[in-house]
Design a protein around this ligand. Sequence first.
Ligand SMILES: *[C@@H]1O[C@H](CO)[C@@H](O)[C@H](O)[C@H]1NC(C)=O
Ligand SMILES: *[C@@H]1O[C@H](CO)[C@@H](O)[C@H](O)[C@H]1NC(C)=O
Ligand SMILES: *[C@@H]1O[C@H](CO)[C@@H](O)[C@H](O)[C@H]1NC(C)=O
Ligand SMILES: *[C@@H]1O[C@H](CO)[C@@H](O)[C@H](O)[C@H]1NC(C)=O
Ligand SMILES: *[C@@H]1O[C@H](CO)[C@@H](O)[C@H](O)[C@H]1NC(C)=O
Ligand SMILES: *[C@@H]1O[C@H](CO)[C@@H](O)[C@H](O)[C@H]1NC(C)=O
Length: 244
Amino acid sequence: MLFLMPFLLILLTYSKGEIQLRAFKQQRVNCNERTVLQCNISSPTPLNPIKVYWRKEEERDFECDPTSSKIPSGFECNYTGEALTLTITNPTPANIGTYFCCLKMESGHATETIKVSIGECTGEFSNQMAGPNQMQCSFSGVYPKAIINWFHYEKNLTSNSSTASQMNSDGTFNVTSVLNIQDNQKRYNCSLWSLKQGRYLDQEFEVPDHADFSPSSRISTQHCLSWTLILLSLLFSSRACLPL
Ligand SMILES: *[C@@H]1O[C@H](CO)[C@@H](O)[C@H](O)[C@H]1NC(C)=O
Ligand SMILES: *[C@@H]1O[C@H](CO)[C@@H](O)[C@H](O)[C@H]1NC(C)=O
Ligand SMILES: *[C@@H]1O[C@H](CO)[C@@H](O)[C@H](O)[C@H]1NC(C)=O
Ligand SMILES: *[C@@H]1O[C@H](CO)[C@@H](O)[C@H](O)[C@H]1NC(C)=O
Ligand SMILES: *[C@@H]1O[C@H](CO)[C@@H](O)[C@H](O)[C@H]1NC(C)=O
Ligand SMILES: *[C@@H]1O[C@H](CO)[C@@H](O)[C@H](O)[C@H]1NC(C)=O
């Protein structure tokens, strides 16, 4: 029996050194697209880890342990013996950072690092009239930070607008801009200009007829077709509708 000891010791030391965690060290995830981070385990002998878990450098309290009932919200983690996985169910800019997959064994620790970055989040577009001759457009959930420029075809109207930006808890931004409309144009482009990517995302829209708050504005022919308006216009003897 004794003569086997050196061999066993050598084998133990050897196999200890052989436990390897392998992962793609840099990962770029897409905004809102379920992503799985994976650390593959290679070991010549079956592992019997004491604890298997994920940590995040930027958040001291972050721990995802598949055997625990306390899983960070927005994450799932798993351990299969061959791999450790961490699923980010709905990636947002708040999820970027450095993650560690960790194996704790009698013989020591094994750790691998994955740096996670995120692509653009285009956000949700919406628009409305903010007041008489004031058009508002918004992009919510945008990343990285962006500004809004206004165009009527080639004409840059941005100098007659004001833009405000707010950060959400998930790291995305809500960008809102109000354009003061001076002329009688109907069609505008509200363009999101990414400060990092430097390109436009155009959203075109028209000033709707009914959104005209201005009291001095002309009554459109469309409105004249409606009975209510015909009656109203008869009541106020508006010239525009009398010929009907
Ligand atoms: C981990 O294993 C899977 C298959 O089980 C493979 O697709 C993936 O490329 C491996 N990852 C690394 C970093 O080797
Ligand atoms: C974990 O992995 C096992 C084996 O692949 C699988 O059967 C199980 O459904 C997984 N659990 C979760 C929560 O993904
Ligand atoms: C809005 O932008 C689109 C795409 O860049 C362009 O085709 C369209 O002519 C623009 N419309 C206006 C009113 O500026
Ligand atoms: C901005 O509004 C002023 C009137 O207040 C107008 O004279 C000017 O042409 C507008 N500028 C642009 C770029 O539309
Ligand atoms: C439009 O005007 C804004 C500010 O007035 C400026 O920052 C932007 O670069 C202009 N864009 C183009 C395409 O001319
Ligand atoms: C950003 O916009 C979304 C959708 O409109 C809204 O639910 C959220 O409260 C806004 N965030 C901030 C910081 O105002």
